[in-house]
Design a binder for this molecule. Structure first.
Ligand code: SF4
Length: 293
């Protein structure tokens, strides 16, 4: 869901125990990956989703400083029910584009980073795709990270938050909640999904006093309306548990994936937001009393 910086300090190979000759570790989630789990029988996919003992993973990346506090190891999961017009990883939409990985394999590999992450006060983030498409795998993996004393974060569009029990929320130290738009109709047009479940999850996280970072992708002509931004800022500030807001300027880094996947990409002519529009957006969040990055 966001871009990645690389570091060698916590890097390690993740592919030694993979069931096929595919590297689970990627330089970034912008690597196009398709059909890596297509050989998995449908019944095994259903069993994996029901039990959470296997997951489908686009890739692991290391060294991110953008996906939670400190230096992060990030697991990018496949599967997403949204169809965001600006999505820069549309190869993550399809679950079986990911590599099938057992929970034990994922835990073993995560354990290799434990020491480095603790020294650097970093942590483990699960992103996607929409990770909660595989919520049982996600919770088991985050619980394993917590047991290793690793800080945990979940980057989610929030729409499937109802799948998580209250005790599941305790295993997530930080929820990075992507709110795609404030206007319900725009949200529908932009993502093909409803806004209400996202806001319901945001309110629930507030009631449970779980730390949240709100992420907002700024897309010229779509999400740059000052009134909408002010509305979202007021909502986020009123929750009381939003520690910061990340304003993420739209970019075209994933455009090649749409082309290679043969999907029509309607934002091909949209430019990244101008500096003054980014500053105005940040100012609207700050005016509401929020910290903005
Ligand atoms: S939530 Fe939107 S941006 Fe994120 S993976 Fe799904 S379609 Fe792409």
């Amino acid at each position: 869901m966001s871009s990645i910086a690389l570091s060698t300090e916590v890097s390690d190979t993740l592919d030694s125990k993979l069931p096929q000759q595919v590297s689970l570790e990627a330089r970034s989630p912008f690597e196009l990956r398709v059909d890596l789990g297509r050989h998995v029988p449908e019944t095994d996919v259903r069993t994996a989703l029901a039990g959470g003992d296997m997951g489908f993973v686009h890739s692991f990346t290391t060294g991110s400083t953008l996906d939670g506090p400190g230096v992060r190891v990030v697991a990018w999961l496949t599967g997403c029910q949204y169809r965001c017009l600006y999505c820069h990883n549309p190869d993550t939409w399809t679950l079986t584009n990911g590599v099938p990985v057992t929970l034990e394999q994922a835990k073993t590999q995560l354990g290799k980073y434990r020491h480095g992450l603790n020294i650097m006060k970093g942590g483990f983030t699960i992103s996607g795709g929409e990770p909660l498409m595989q919520h049982r795998f996600v919770i088991k993996l985050l619980a394993a990270a917590k047991a290793m004393n690793i800080h945990t974060a979940l980057d989610t569009n929030g729409s499937l938050g109802g799948r998580l029990a209250d005790e599941d929320l305790e295993k997530i130290d930080l929820v990075m909640l992507d709110i795609k738009a404030w206007d319900a109709e725009l949200h529908r047009r932009l993502t093909s999904a409803e806004l209400d479940p996202v806001l319901d999850f945001a309110r629930r996280l507030a009631e449970r006093r779980r730390p949240v970072w709100v992420r907002y992708v700024l897309v010229p002509g779509f999400t740059d309306n000052p009134q909408d931004i002010a509305g979202l800022a007021g909502f986020a500030a009123g929750l009381g548990n939003v520690e910061r807001v990340d304003v993420l300027p739209f970019h075209q880094m994933g455009a090649f994936k749409w082309k290679q996947l043969g999907i029509e990409y309607t934002l091909r002519d949209v430019e990244p937001p101008a500096k003054d529009v980014i500053e105005r957006t940040c100012a609207l969040f700050r005016t509401a009393g929020l910290r903005v990055y």
